[in-house]
Design a protein around this ligand. Structure first.
Ligand SMILES: Nc1ncnc2c1ncn2[C@@H]1O[C@H](COP(=O)(O)OP(=O)(O)OP(=O)(O)O)[C@@H](O)[C@H]1O
Length: 291
């Protein structure tokens, strides 16, 4: 039995002519301790997918199961890190993390809570800023607080909805490394939603693309077998890395082009800074013409 499972999940919003079929027949199995990345097109339904797992939305068809049991609402077994930090601005780092701990461990003593708060703030390297308010922190620091807060709740699954996309490249790279390190130490199951293929390759065990919406569904899985820790500067030189990126890119271009042909819409591709073997594009375009 898979740890987290989506079986035949479809989700629409609205009714009649305003109905939008966002997700269609999503089937997904995540093993305990696995790090999975879902790479999706803009507006394809990535957040809807996270909300279904978090229990903020419910499927019209199919089921979402955690440990074999249907998800009936949000719970402390799932910690979420959003793109926009979602910290309370009038509370300090300490108090923001404490809020989550009070919720999950209401009966813990003051000393136990204090120890837990400091442990997770330390884990994300923010001990020096523990009494600061979110407005006094950089974007990267705020996102670290969000990660600390989610982890302090000791969830079984860490759900991350484009957690790093608002950050500059350098901060993003550092936080990618830190999250993967914490994942290794804390043995969490992680689901990362991202629009950045490289981020998926650096962080995840498996990457699954979400096709463009409406009726977005999951594409084939791409296994990421590179040894950890994955250092971008080193892995960038690895031909297998380039091959994997190109395979994912090719798939995404193809589903984007097919969808455009069906509906006439143009889709913004997930964030790709491809390193192409010489002649890749011309070969790709020739193969498209032949098809
Ligand atoms: N509560 C809702 N009511 C109506 N429509 C909704 C609702 N939530 C999402 N949608 C629609 O579902 C589609 C997918 O939205 P969603 O936010 O899941 O996509 P996304 O991939 O996370 O987007 P982005 O790339 O912009 O972050 C959009 O067309 C959106 O307008």
């Amino acid at each position: 039995m898979a740890f987290l499972e989506l079986k035949g999940v479809s989700k629409s919003f609205g009714t009649g002519k305003d109905k939008v079929e966002v997700l269609k027949d999503i089937n997904l199995s995540i093993e305990e301790g696995e790090f999975l990345a879902i790479v999706g097109f803009t507006g394809s339904g990535k957040t809807t997918l996270i909300n279904l797992i978090n229990g903020l939305e419910f499927p019209d068809e199919g089921e979402v199961l955690l440990n074999g049991k249907p998800i009936t609402g949000p719970g402390p077994d799932r910690g979420v890190v959003f793109q926009n930090y979602s910290l309370l601005p009038w509370l300090s780092v300490y108090q923001n993390v404490k809020l989550a701990i009070d919720e999950v461990y209401p009966k813990a003593s003051k000393a136990e809570k204090d120890e837990r708060i400091r442990k997770y703030v330390e884990m994300v390297h923010l001990s020096h800023a523990i009494d600061k308010k979110p407005t006094e922190l950089s974007g990267g620091m705020r996102q670290r607080v969000s990660v600390a807060r989610a982890l302090a709740m000791n969830p079984q699954v860490l759900l991350m909805d484009e957690p790093l996309s608002a950050l500059d490249a350098l901060t993003r790279g550092t936080l990618q490394e830190e999250i993967v390190k914490i994942w290794g130490e804390d043995q969490k199951t992680c689901l990362l939603i991202t629009n950045d293929v490289d981020e998926g390759i650096i962080m995840a065990d498996r990457i699954i693309p979400l096709t463009p919406g409406p009726r977005a569904t999951l594409g084939p899985e791409f296994k990421v077998n590179f040894a950890r820790p994955r250092v971008i500067a080193e892995i960038n030189k690895n031909p297998e890395y380039k091959h994997l990126r190109n395979e994912i890119l090719e798939y995404l271009i193809e589903v984007g082009a097919n969808r455009k042909a069906e509906g006439g819409e143009t889709y913004t591709l997930p964030d790709l800074k491809p390193v192409m073997p010489t002649g890749f594009f011309s070969r790709f375009m020739k193969s498209k013409k032949r098809a």
